[in-house]
Each structure stands twice: as structure tokens, then as C-alpha cells.
Design a protein around this ligand. Structure first.
Ligand code: G4P
Length: 522
């Protein structure tokens, strides 16, 4: 493979809010020399209290624009970290970001273990066989027993695990971690700036006792023996196929255990992987450039309507000002100011390689999933849409602005802010979201960017399911029976809007030949 591509590591850090994603990201940037002191990276999470205060959300979104991708060189590697929104109402954004990464680091709070958001995100990783490394954070606080934690990770995340480091106690008694492969002891000293001291020890000698005391030394020997008995040797191939997750322990806040994580990560994490297009699998080291748009971020400055479309380079080399085909539009475009991102800075780039993410200025030319090529008719497959969890009718609140509203809704849906369904019975538009915040975002942006006003009206729905069947007659009979609840998505596919779990269950029972899907790709 081309060495430029081979040395790239493009990944995302995912976590339940508060597990320590921001702290870990910041420490990685510290190692990459991108920032000099801790505390320089702001969290892009929307604090719970801010839901009522729109400007706060705006500010937070602003921060997340500039920090969407962070790049730096570390040793011989080029690291691309894709940031994901911390707030669960923007989970769809995170799902889509996961289509652009080659691997993932999951941060888990050692005291809380696996939480809801972690579980959901892991499901998305599993769908794509994305390799994952788990970092158990906050070991400087009282944590769960590490053996219990490993069991919990296996059970809840449904993936085999293999610890590569091992903690010696936690909380006030936390002594450090033992690196199972390097056979070295990493002694904990709480510090945000200094990297902990490492000592090579033979655990079977008394030297270990001098570092952590005879009692803990004995305990550690016993635990390591047990580990070797329970967990098979670590095989990189199992990690790369997405069936096994190596586990590290540490404290991101104290920059402890982070260097081990990073060093192992760069060595074992995959370089850019082949990407599936409808037509064929595309290899990263193919000569010609191809890429797809996985995320579009609005500009919060009302004087600058333009958005940034994030493009993942899937193959070859992207060159500034070169002509590229926008496959969906059949038009050739040139980009004079593509950007790359370094911590808080944004710079214009002349070229980018497979694995890189570039920001392209966008005035409504792009929609999520759009493909760019050097001329080939190629369509990358994005991530399917998931059945939303909240639904509302969207109504026009200003009859003079019907066109603006229409355009606004179309573009916001192109950006992937939410999903639109049109009820076939009454023709009303229904917006489906993951969380309440998205309704606020839509209303605010329609007013501020499109000069249109909308109003929400309640609709009581449980789930939207995409339906299909080989049995035409039964499909027709179903649509007839449920005509009030049938809708079309933006691609014109049939969607059944079930108003309760019971109704859905009955429908599944009564119409055996119909398949009900909870994601849009099947
Ligand atoms: P997130 O991005 O995943 O939401 O988490 P973030 O890094 O913002 O961390 C959430 C909280 O947990 C922060 O505290 C942070 O300082 C703390 N934290 C992160 N890693 C560790 C760790 O290794 N040990 C300990 N003891 N705490 C950790 P906060 O009070 O919400 O914010 P702040 O005032 O400290 O910034």
C-alpha cells in the first residue's frame, strides 16, 4: 500500500456522556503536540441545563464545527480523530460519523460500566465490523471490580474482550496499571501534565513488592495468573475483524494509561480499509480519488449561510482545484478552498489522501451520502436511517412563506438533521427525530436561515418501520387495512407508522409474509 495511506489512522472516540471522551481526546492531542497544556479543548457537549437556552446550544454547535476533525502526526503515523456530539439527541450524527472511521475507541466509566449510549453505539460498530478498543476510565475513582467489568463489557457490548493492561486497585488505593505485554509497571501519580513513570519489573521478584507492597503484589500475581487462564492470547486479527476488543485501564483526566493506549492503538489499528460502494468495493490505494459526504454542519454565523460538508477520502489522492464529479448531480465541481482541521484551527489544504477528512464549503449542493469521483459512476452506501423515536407533524405557521419552508425542510433533511415522512392518507408531513432538541434545532434554523416559520403538532406514534414483501397481494391488503398509517419516506419507500408496540406486534402476527424493518436499508 502507498505509505502515505498506510500510515493513516482514522477513528472516533465514543462514549456515554461524561465517561471522559473530551478528556481523552485532549490527552491524545497533548501527545500529538497539537496543544501544549491540558484544559485547552472544550467539551462540545450540551449541558443538560442548556436545553432551554438556545444560544448555548448554538455556541456548543459552533465549537463542534471547528473541532469536528482533529489531525496530528504521532511517531510515523497520521492520526485523524473524528469528534462526535456528546448529546444523545444528536445520536444520528454520531452514527453517520461512524461510517467514516476505520476503527473506534470506546471510553467506559470504571464506576458506571456500560451505559445506554455505549450500548447503542456499539451496535452500530457491530453492523460494520468496526474494530474497537475499550478504555476503562476514571480508575482514580472507586471503580467496579475489573473482572466484573470485563464480564459486563462482554455481555452488554456483545464482544469478546482481552485486557492488555491490568489495574492495581482503584480510587484512593489506586497504584497504577500493569502492562501485560510489556511486562512493565506503570505507577500512578495524579497529574494532568506529566506522563507517569514506568518501571520494568519481573512480577515474580520481590522488586514488585517494593513498588506496591507485598499484599498487592501477591494479589496482582494471582489475578494475572487467573487472566492468563481465562483469556486466550491476544490476536490482532480478531481485533481487526471486529470480534475482539482489547481493553486498557487508566485515567484520562490524569493522563494515566493514555500513552499505552495510543502506542498500542497506532500499531494495531487498521489503516484505511476498503469501502463498499453499490457497484464494487473500493480499495484505498486505488490511483483515482473517490470520497463521500458523511456529515454536513451548518454555519452558526447568520451572515454566512454556507455549510461545511465533510468528505471522507476513500481512495487515491484529493487535489485542490482538480475537477471532480458530483455523481448525484452529474456535475463537475472544483474545490478551491478545501479545509483540514487541527485542534481549533482550520487550514486550507492542497491535497489529502485516503483516510483523511476534508471540509468542503457547501451551499446546498450536497446531501449526506453523496459521492465524489474522478468520473466513475459510483455510489457509496451510507449508513441506513434508523427508526426515529419521536414524531411530530410539521405545519406551516406563515402562509406567505410556503416556498421557504419547503426549501428549508428539504435542505435540513439533506443534512440529516431529522427524517421526513409524508402520511399517504392526509398528506401531512411528519418529522421523526432521536430527541426533543432536534425539533428545536429545526424550528430555530427554519426561522433564522430560511425565514420560514413552522409549528409542531402532536402525533402519537411508536415506531416507523420500512415494510416489504414478496407477497404482493398481502402487501396491498396490509396497506389497505392500515391506510391511515401508511407513509412514504424521502426515497419514496413504504413506511408503516405504528402507533403502539401492541399494534406493531399484531400487524407482524397477522401479516406473516411482510417484513418489518427498523432501519431503512435491508
Ligand atoms: P465526556 O466528554 O465523555 O462527556 O466527558 P468529559 O471528558 O467531559 O468528562 C466528564 C467529567 O469526568 C469531567 O468532570 C471530567 O473532569 C471527569 N473525568 C474525566 N476523566 C476522568 C478521570 O480519569 N478521573 C476523574 N476523577 N474524573 C475524570 P466535570 O466535573 O464534568 O468537568 P470539569 O469541571 O472537570 O471539566
Amino acid at each position: 500500500m502507498n505509505p502515505e495511506i498506510e500510515r493513516r489512522r482514522t477513528f472516533a472516540i465514543i462514549a456515554h456522556p461524561d465517561a471522559g471522551k473530551t478528556s481523552l481526546t485532549e490527552k491524545l492531542l497533548l501527545f500529538g503536540g497539537q496543544i501544549q497544556v491540558a484544559g485547552a479543548v472544550k467539551s462540545n457537549k450540551i449541558k443538560k441545563t442548556a436545553t432551554s437556552d438556545w444560544m448555548d446550544i448554538e455556541k456548543q454547535r459552533g465549537i463542534s464545527v471547528t473541532t469536528s476533525v482533529m489531525e496530528f502526526d504521532y511517531r510515523d503515523y497520521k492520526i485523524n480523530i473524528l469528534d462526535t456530539p456528546g448529546h444523545q439527541d444528536f445520536a444520528e450524527d454520531t452514527y453517520r460519523t461512524l461510517t467514516a472511521v476505520d476503527s473506534v475507541i470506546i471510553v467506559v466509566d470504571g464506576a458506571k460500566g456500560v451505559e445506554t449510549q455505549t450500548r447503542k453505539l456499539m451496535e452500530v460498530c457491530r453492523m460494520r465490523n468496526t474494530p474497537v478498543i475499550i478504555f476503562v476510565n476514571k480508575m482514580d475513582r472507586e471503580a467496579k471490580d475489573p473482572f466484573d467489568l470485563l464480564d459486563e463489557l462482554e455481555e452488554e457490548l456483545r464482544i469478546k474482550v482481552r485486557p492488555l493492561t491490568w489495574p492495581i486497585e482503584s480510587g484512593a488505593r489506586f497504584k497504577g496499571v500493569y502492562n501485560i505485554y510489556e511486562k512493565s509497571l506503570n505507577l500512578f501519580q495524579p497529574s494532568k501534565q506529566v506522563v507517569a513513570e514506568k518501571v520494568e519489573v519481573d512480577i515474580n521478584t520481590e522488586e514488585l513488592d517494593t513498588h506496591i507492597g507485598a499484599e498487592l503484589a501477591e494479589k496482582l500475581r494471582g489475578e494475572l495468573e487467573l487472566l492468563e487462564g481465562v483469556y486466550p492470547e491476544f490476536e490482532v486479527a480478531d481485533y481487526l475483524s471486529g470480534s475482539l476488543a482489547p481493553v486498557f485501564f487508566g485515567s484520562a483526566l490524569n493522563n494515566f494509561g493514555v500513552e499505552e493506549l495510543l502506542n498500542t492503538f497506532v500499531e494495531i489499528a487498521p489503516s484505511p480499509r476498503p469501502v463498499k460502494a453499490e457497484e464494487r468495493d473500493v480499495q484505498p490505494d486505488e490511483a483515482k480519488f473517490t470520497g463521500f459526504i458523511f456529515k454536513i454542519t451548518a454555519n452558526i454565523d447568520p451572515n454566512h449561510r454556507s455549510c461545511v460538508a465533510f468528505c471522507k477520502v476513500c481512495s487515491g489522492k484529493f487535489v485542490r482545484n482538480a475537477p471532480y464529479l458530483h455523481v448525484r448531480h452529474g456535475k463537475t465541481l472544483r474545490f478551491s478552498s478545501p479545509t483540514q482541521f487541527m485542534a481549533q484551527r482550520k487550514t486550507t489544504v492542497d491535497e489529502a489522501w485516503a483516510g483523511d477528512i476534508i471540509g468542503l464549503p457547501d451551499n446546498g449542493t450536497f446531501k449526506i451520502g453523496d459521492t465524489l469521483t474522478e468520473g466513475e459512476q459510483l455510489h457509496y452506501r451510507g449508513l441506513p436511517s434508523f427508526s426515529p423515536e419521536m414524531f411530530k407533524y410539521i405545519e406551516n405557521a406563515d402562509p406567505m412563506k410556503t416556498k421557504q419552508l419547503q426549501k428549508g425542510i428539504e435542505q435540513l433533511m439533506d443534512e440529516g438533521v431529522a427524517q421526513l415522512f409524508v402520511n399517504q392518507f392526509n398528506g401531512r408531513k411528519i418529522i421523526g427525530t432521536v430527541g426533543q432538541l432536534q425539533f428545536e434545532v429545526i424550528q430555530y434554523r427554519l426561522e433564522n436561515e430560511y425565514n420560514a416559520k413552522c409549528r409542531w403538532e402532536p402525533v402519537s406514534l411508536y415506531k416507523a418501520c420500512w415494510i416489504e414483501s414478496d407477497d404482493e397481494a398481502q402487501l396491498e391488503a396490509f396497506k389497505k387495512r392500515k391506510y391511515q398509517y401508511m407513509a412514504k419516506d424521502r426515497e419514496g419507500r413504504d413506511v408503516f407508522l405504528a402507533d403502539s408496540g401492541y399494534v406493531l406486534q399484531m400487524a407482524q402476527q397477522d401479516f406473516e409474509n411482510i417484513r418489518f424493518h427498523f432501519t431503512s436499508e435491508f
